[in-house]
Write a protein that binds this ligand. Structure first.
Ligand code: F6P
Length: 473
């Protein structure tokens, strides 16, 4: 790769995934080959908005620092949901000046849709590329023309533009998918499928109905992938809950197997289109995403009422509906820990590709992972603008309706094909070996956890030393 810069910056923004260090690693290793220095900016865009601009040289002498381990979950340079406000030109000016003062000539952002929106305004003043990540697997398109299907219908209750969508296509080909799978997704599914298996046996012995809530916001990819754990019902946010059919299916299953396991995506909606688990439409995280919290509990209370105590008492299975039905959130275990092989491998490839795009002066573009029947997985790129609708909004990619069978509450034939292409070889031998070798290592009982933050802190430098004494990072 031709060297067009001597020093680049890199940051990780948004919710973390287990594969961020692998992406950083891939980008830094690629930079080493071209003898380009890489400055890791601490805590995403927050580091650039901080006058001290804490940063770490990730490759002194063009050798990757030992703390940057692609098998380690999280991000050694930290992440935040702080983004640059495109409507504040003075903020953009300050940020680009800071980058230039550090001698940085281009910026690689590792992130999802929020990060692209944060990166794009910067890219008008400063070369930027993006390496994708998100456990939600919602950064991408089912097909290239998908953004054109969005329509605007006035404003919603919080005063923001309300979006609608035209019907869209009934069928898609897998090779049309833009950004087939995002780093972090495979590990999240691995964790969720294991959780389903574990909750299954306890529900089985205690004649209970388990409702397991998984992450993913409005997108049901994680829920879809949970099918590997063989839940009896998978409920995805893309299909509004038909409670009559859900109840009937649960009764059939519970009558026969004396227990049932339901997976529910956190963004599942009721029939009127209101998210079951939204605290309220005004509760948002710093990036403006609605906070979901309680889809499983909402479904539990609906089922408690509908099934009633007598249903569980009749065969002496339980005293009450309340004691028979329970909920569990897989929670942040989906986002943490060691990435599995699929994520490690492709995350680091995508990091390398984002570096190459920067060197090739492909400003405002993103590295993508593509799949086709003939080639398998391969790397490509896309202009970030292609993800936007005509008003400039990037919408989360939703599970295409052809991936889900809403009568069986399971992935459809095409959905199964999609999952198989990702997961059949997703786990490497070292992923299983590491459990044997590491978890019950007797040394764990006597040695305190050694946080990578402590070691990275020793390497942090500041643009402005004075400001560093008054800021946290
Ligand atoms: O976008 C990633 C994600 O893990 C979502 O699936 C989830 O809703 C959200 O982030 C949780 O965010 P937080 O870490 O702020 O609780």
């Amino acid at each position: 790769m031709r060297k067009s810069m001597n020093r680049v910056g890199i940051l990780t923004a948004g919710g973390d995934t287990p594969a961020l260090n692998a992406t950083l690693f891939g980008a830094v290793e690629q930079a080493n080959r071209s003898e380009v220095e890489v400055f890791g900016l601490i805590k995403g865009f927050d580091g650039l908005l901080n006058p001290a601009v804490p940063h770490v040289l990730l490759n002194p002498l063009y050798q990757t620092i030992p703390e940057l381990d692609p098998c380690l979950g999280g991000s050694i340079i930290g992440s935040s949901r702080t983004y640059i406000d495109p409507n504040k030109p003075e903020e953009l000016k300050i940020v680009t000046e800071r980058l230039k003062r550090l001698g940085i000539e281009g910026l690689i952002c590792i992130g999802g849709d929020g990060t692209i929106s944060g990166m794009q305004p910067v890219s008008e003043f400063f070369p930027c590329t993006l390496a994708p990540k998100t456990i939600d697997n919602d950064l991408g398109l089912n097909y290239l023309s998908e953004p054109n299907e969005w329509t605007r219908n006035g404003v919603d209750e919080s005063g923001k533009a309300a979006y609608g969508r035209t019907a869209g296509r009934d069928e898609i080909e897998l090779q049309e998918i833009v950004n087939y799978a995002t780093p972090g997704y495979a590990t999240a599914v691995y964790v969720v499928a294991q959780a389903v298996e574990r909750i299954r046996t306890t529900a089985e012995s205690h004649r209970r109905i388990a409702i397991i809530e998984v992450m993913g916001r409005e997108s049901g990819y994680i829920a879809l992938g949970s099918a590997y754990g063989q839940p009896d019902l998978v409920l995805i946010p893309e299909v509004p809950l038909n409670i009559d059919r859900v109840e009937q299916k649960i009764r059939e299953i519970y009558d026969m197997q004396k227990h049932a396991v339901v997976v529910i995506g956190e963004g599942v909606m009721d029939e009127s289109g209101h998210p079951l688990g939204a605290v309220d439409s005004h509760s948002k995280d710093p990036a403006g995403n609605v906070l979901f919290n309680g889809a499983a509990e909402a479904l539990e209370s609906i089922l408690v009422k509908r099934l009633g105590d007598a249903y569980f008492q009749k065969n002496r299975r339980h005293e009450s509906a309340k004691s028979a039905i329970f909920t569990r959130k897989v929670g942040h275990t989906q986002r943490g820990g060691r990435p599995i092989q699929f994520d490690r491998f492709y995350a680091s490839q995508l990091g390398g590709k984002a570096f190459d795009l920067l060197m090739a002066e492909q400003n405002d573009s993103i590295a993508t992972l593509q799949w086709s029947d003939s080639k398998g997985f391969f790397l490509d790129s896309l202009a970030a603008n292609k993800l936007k609708d005509q008003w400039g909004t990037i919408h989360p990619r939703l599970v295409h309706r052809s991936f889900y069978d809403e009568f069986k509450f399971q992935p459809s034939k095409l959905g199964i094909q999609y999952l198989r292409s990702i997961f059949t070889h997703a786990i490497g031998q070292d992923d299983t070996e590491v459990i044997r070798a590491k978890l019950f290592n007797p040394g764990n009982l006597v040695t305190q956890y050694q946080s990578v933050n402590v070691d990275v802190q020793k390497r942090i430098r500041y643009l402005d030393k004075l400001a560093s004494t008054t800021t946290e990072n």
